[in-house]
Design a protein around this ligand. Sequence first.
Ligand SMILES: [Zn+2]
Length: 607
Amino acid sequence: MESDRAADLKGKAPHTVAQSTSAEPQENADWVSRYADDVIAESERRAPGKPVVVASGLSPSGPIHLGNLREVMTPHLVADEIRRRGYTVRHLISWDDYDRYRKVPNGVPGTDASWAEHIGKPLTAVPAPAGSAYPNWAEHFKAAMVEALGEMGVEFDGISQTAQYTSGTYREQILHAMKHRGDIDAILDQYRTKKDPAAKAPGKKPQQQKQKPVDEAELEAAEGSGAADEDDGSGGAGGYYPYKPFCGECGKDLTTVTSYDDETTELSYTCTLDGFTETVLLSEFNRGKLVWKVDWPMRWAYEGVIFEPSGVDHSSPGSSFQVGGQIVDQVFGGKQPIGPMYAFVGISGMAKMSSSKGGVPTPGDALQIMEPQILRWLYARRRPNQSFKIAFDQEIQRLYDEWDKLSAKVADGSALPADSAAYSRAVGTAAGELPRTPRPLPYRTLASVADVTAGDAEQTLRILSELDPENPVTDLATVRPRLDRAEAWINKYVPAESRTIVRTEPDTAALAALDEASRASIRLLLDGLDDHWSLDGLTHLVYGVPKVQAGFPADATPKELPAEIKGAQRAFFALLYDLLVGRDTGPRLPTLLLAVGADRVRKLLGA
Ligand SMILES: [Zn+2]
């Protein structure tokens, strides 16, 4: 569970089926298969013949960021495996949009400090950012997530908790919880006295705290979760009540229940903000909710949830998952789901961007620079308890290389079983394959081309058609959407100082100052250009020039060459970079030469 859920998930989960079995590696089974085994078995025990229910919870309190995608992907992958085995599965995404608005996140376009006046109202009662197409705050941020999940092939049933509560769906459960408030209070009280003050970090989201991919203040602001610890309903002079009305006057949750009559369901409350007092019949009243620690287990029972993960943090007893396990069992007569704790997902390469963008990336941001398959793969190949980072920096090129290598292995049947499983979970779902790039050229090549051409389509097509003259790219559509992702990455996440700017005019001073050996090396290169004008050919050429100069054949292997040849190659490459782009490094030279074009290469190299 994200947000509130994660905020007070400070306790180690009790032993669950999943935790006791999944730690043992089984041959030929990846983590998804093992959870699927457990979940199917547990579902058969609890609800034979019924659809298997897995759940995620998201709080649209601001931009729903990339770190929280694990909340959805973990059950999604398990649900998808179960579907592939022929079972019917419901993946519920609970939109916790009846949660209180806690703070105004920084850097959200169309908002300003005046939104603070809505703090305490349900997220669906807060106005959307200015210019939004959506009716309220929650819907605005939900929409971006729904779109990203659609692109990733995630099939789910979204449940608005606002809709559920305000329509009275949970009436019976609320009345039941009120009736058993003494039992609930007693369960919560076991933890109140045991609380470790050091582990109690109000308003922090454990999953986002383990590492700091961006400035921490930034992160908290962006996620809008700077909440006080979840109010468990305790405190009022009138006793313990697990239910909180939103005030009939100001709409906020700063209310205290002052009395409740089990027979008549007459409930009185006072607003601590404006003093508004009201007596309502809880059997008819729909403007309030169960406190979080009771709300969550109530819904496990109501929906029959078999599997629901939550953000990792294992420091103290009293987490809502642990307490919920007791409440669902002793109060609602249900059972706790199998609930693995998932580890932190970090972001690399966002530190620079975050200050200017005013936030942390969302799944939609990731999908602008990588295809959905790659993003799915990141989650599929790591067990939930393994943390990893999602690359917005140069690392994304290596990630894509790795993915292409795996694709090749899968194609020729040499991939290991677990790697193959992760691959098949990445490229599609039980419903079918996700659309893929027909001709997946190396991402780093596409990025270099995008870098040099600044997105000029005609120039891009010219360069890509020359990469492999035997089998030329003749239509950019065949290299999309991967090309678009690489272009987006170059434009948004490669800092200006790392961008490649090809010289428009030759550096005549540098050319005039070249020594004889350098001149000779450039001459060798220029003489070979026409015969080597392809990615492979130019690769051969640029590595071969220093060999020939040193008196060896161009195709001499490293074993046949002295160690110094490496130094000569490095010096040659640096010379070319300097003359072409005015730096000592850049995109791989063969790609750069193709991108610059033969005529311009000749001009810049003084021919
Ligand atoms: Zn009020």
